[in-house]
Design a protein around this ligand. Structure first.
Ligand SMILES: Nc1ncnc2c1ncn2[C@@H]1O[C@H](COP(=O)(O)OP(=O)(O)OP(=O)(O)O)[C@@H](O)[C@H]1O
Ligand SMILES: [Mg+2]
Length: 396
């Protein structure tokens, strides 16, 4: 969530620089990250520094700056933009507004005007940012269906949210996320590890393989031994960057407790432990759950998903699992081996084979539950007020 704005100033007039930066810094709301005077530098800052708001100083020559505003607003529709100028005739105000600015502030700058322009932009654009979710899917036992669920969940989340969902294969040696989508990504996590300190949003976005179903895959290294190069720090950095760019990140996490999986878990809003209704799976589900709790993960982030539940009463029931772990199961995915195996063999997600299949329906329902949980948590009125008051300048 954006609580602190990252601001930059686009200004081609060196003489105005001091006054403008002072006025912006007086606003008690965030950080002036950069002052820029060339479109290519602005594009780089927007790409790499997570800027929320740009002030465009239009003087002394507004036309080329209005052109920059036009290009930037087409490319970054969510970005908040405020124009500043000495010229206040109707044309001078209309041109930047038509190009995409949200507000216009005239010079010399009055701090109250500037603060209220920012707070109007904030209430329009910035107070309802899409929440960034990281969802880890891991298995209580080998072969429980973790990868099948992670892949199809990413697709269903992309579908429900109507925007790209990232899917990361953290099974660094034997992961088969890409195989499940029948694709051969050109770049993968190993390339990101090799990028070292050059790793930023642009490197990351060129590493993702985005499919027509709106799933953007970040695959495991090509060679088994390349795992050694991918450090837990790389995982942290990659997830941070992904969460800064995408609303939803799903991670297929191998059934291991180590610094790599811990790095992923530390970012997760939901950690789904996939279990089958078999005695060994149930035992491991409980052991895994207890171990994750001992690492300090809050209990409410850990959830259980039953896979291959066929509704018939076997030795172990959903209730047994719920009684063992003392919490309700989050989702039950039915058993349909032929259908899921066919989907994996064809490298096509279950939804693309048969949208009405019960396996697909259950994963779709799980995706909508995840999305709606956070969507139905509106920002509290008091929180909004608090946020807006923090936007106001210190002296008000
Ligand atoms: N809902 C389901 N119904 C029937 N079969 C399923 C279902 N989900 C997964 N399977 C089957 O289970 C097998 C293992 O699936 P998958 O590879 O997704 O498991 P995994 O937990 O990721 O395995 P690994 O531990 O090797 O990573 C596959 O053959 C798949 O077809
Ligand atoms: Mg797997």
């Amino acid at each position: 969530m954006i609580h602190l704005l990252r601001v930059c100033l686009y200004n081609t007039d060196p003489e105005a620089s001091d006054e403008l930066t002072r006025a912006i810094q007086e606003l008690n709301f965030g950080r002036l990250v950069a002052e820029l005077n060339a479109p290519e530098n602005l594009a780089a800052a927007l790409h790499e520094q997570g800027i929320n708001l740009v002030f465009f100083h239009l003087d002394p020559d507004p036309d080329p700056i209005v052109e920059v505003i036009e290009q930037i607003s087409a490319r970054y529709p969510a970005l908040a933009m405020i124009a500043i100028s000495h010229k206040t005739n109707p044309d001078a105000i209309l041109a930047p507004m038509r190009a995409g600015c949200d507000q216009f502030v005239c010079e010399p700058i009055n701090s109250t005007d500037l603060a209220s322009a920012v707070s109007r932009v904030a209430s329009k654009r910035l107070l309802t940012p899409p929440k960034s979710r990281c969802i880890c899917v891991t298995g209580a036992s080998g072969g429980t269906g973790t990868t099948s669920i992670a892949c199809n969940l990413a697709l269903e989340i992309a579908d429900a949210a109507n925007r790209e969902c990232v899917l990361v294969d953290l099974d660094l040696q034997f992961g088969d996320v890409a195989v499940n989508f029948d694709c051969e990504p050109r770049y993968n996590l190993y390339d990101l590890a090799m990028a070292g300190s050059d790793l930023d949003r642009s490197v990351l976005s060129s590493t993702l393989t985005t499919l027509p179903c709106k799933v953007a895959i970040l695959s495991r290294p090509e060679m088994i031994e390349q795992r050694e190069a991918v450090t837990p720090d790389t995982i942290h950095r990659v997830i941070e960057l992904l969460m800064g760019s995408f609303e939803n990140t799903v991670i297929d996490v191998p059934r291991e407790l180590n610094p790599w999986t811990a790095a992923a878990f530390s970012h997760a809003e939901h950690i789904f432990i996939v279990s089958q209704l078999l005695v060994p799976s149930l035992r491991h589900a409980k052991r895994y759950y207890d171990a994750l709790l001992r690492t300090g993960i809050p209990e409410e982030r850990l959830e259980f998903v039953v896979n291959r539940s066929d509704g018939r009463s076997g030795r172990v029931t959903v209730r047994d699992l719920e009684e063992t772990v003392k919490k309700p199961v989050y989702a039950c995915i039915p058993n349909d081996y032929q259908f899921v195996a066919r989907s994996i063999d064809f490298g096509r997600p279950v939804a693309s084979l048969d949208r009405s299949n019960p396996v697909r329906a259950a994963i779709g329902k799980m995706a909508r539950k995840i999305i709606s949980e956070t969507a139905t948590q509106p920002i509290q009125k008091d929180e909004r007020r608090g946020f807006l008051s923090r936007l106001l300048p210190k002296q008000l």
